[in-house]
Design a binder for this molecule. Structure first.
Ligand SMILES: [Zn+2]
Length: 284
């Protein structure tokens, strides 16, 4: 794998575009409770991309390239202290400009890793992918939305059991704390075992008011106390293997469609953030 930004334009011109894939991470600088840093989603996205690129190069002849992470993302709740969010429209436009630039270099396979599960972000990025695919023919995919919805490689039994019992873990809970413990536990502050649960149903997640209420004085939505490094390794590995499958299938233009099928994209009211009056980032 190679960082495109450390190459010269002449070197990039020589690259076998048909034989390669370009990865781009788009994720927010965003509060993640008392024990995780603002860059949590960026760190996760970079870890999953690197892991997937390594696996793809081991398993296939595909060459992997990547750009530096773009810390640009949309989110439905902007009022909590410490976040740098963008509107859905800005996120869509930035994603589209990145795709258009990379396509213009001649690359025919571009993967956006939108490592931030918020539907506002997923929809903005997927809309940009659909637009570039209409303009140039199929050349891009953003598989994280469908992976977050459960598409991909089957998780381990103990992970499935935890998901069944403590599934309402949406932000900086056991899922993300575990993932970060596995990547580098220096990034996780002590005391996550003592944080209170903030229980909220997936239905209530539609309401910004209820999300903010669940965050309380902490910022997390979920149950950080169940986090372990062992579970984190399984979660990260599962994500890496799912991305690898999505990308190899996309490269072959066969069997990738399920990774291009984000269920929530079809819910029209979730596109309301693209309207000017509804789409402003309200910081307080
Ligand atoms: Zn996150």
């Amino acid at each position: 794998m190679r960082d495109l930004s450390l190459m010269t334009w002449k070197e990039i011109k020589e690259v076998d575009k048909k034989g390669s894939v370009v990865f781009v991470v788009m994720a927010p600088i965003e509060e993640h409770g008392w024990c995780l840093p603002l860059a949590t989603d960026v760190i996760e996205g970079e870890n999953w991309s690197r892991g997937a690129m390594k696996l793809i190069e081991e398993k296939s002849k595909i060459l992997c390239y990547y750009l530096p992470t773009f810390p640009i993302a949309a989110a439905s709740v902007n009022a909590f202290y410490g976040s740098v969010h963008f509107s859905m429209k800005t996120t869509f436009e930035v994603a589209y400009e990145i795709l258009d630039s990379v396509r213009h270099m001649g690359f025919e396979n571009i993967v956006i890793i939108a490592s931030h599960a918020d539907p506002d972000h997923q929809i903005a990025v997927i809309k940009a992918v659909r637009r570039i695919n209409r303009k140039h023919g199929i050349c891009a995919i953003a598989p994280m939305g469908s992976i977050f919805e459960g598409t991909g490689v089957e998780p381990a039994e103990d992970v499935k059991e935890l998901e069944k019992r403590y599934g309402n873990d949406f932000h900086a809970g056991w899922v993300e704390t575990s993932s970060m413990l596995d990547i580098d536990d220096n990034n996780v502050r002590s005391g996550f075992e003592n944080l209170p649960d903030s229980d909220i149903t997936d239905k209530d997640m539609i309401s910004k008011r209820k999300q903010l209420a669940a965050m309380g004085d902490y910022g997390h939505i979920g149950m950080p106390r169940f986090a372990t490094k062992v579970i984190g390794h399984k979660l990260n590995q599962n994500c890496i293997e799912s991305i690898c499958e999505a990308v190899i299938n996309f490269y072959n233009r066969s069997g990738y469609e399920k990774y291009d099928d984000y269920f929530l994209f079809k819910i029209l009211p979730l596109h309301i953030g693209f309207l000017k009056s509804f789409g402003k980032v309200k910081r307080g």
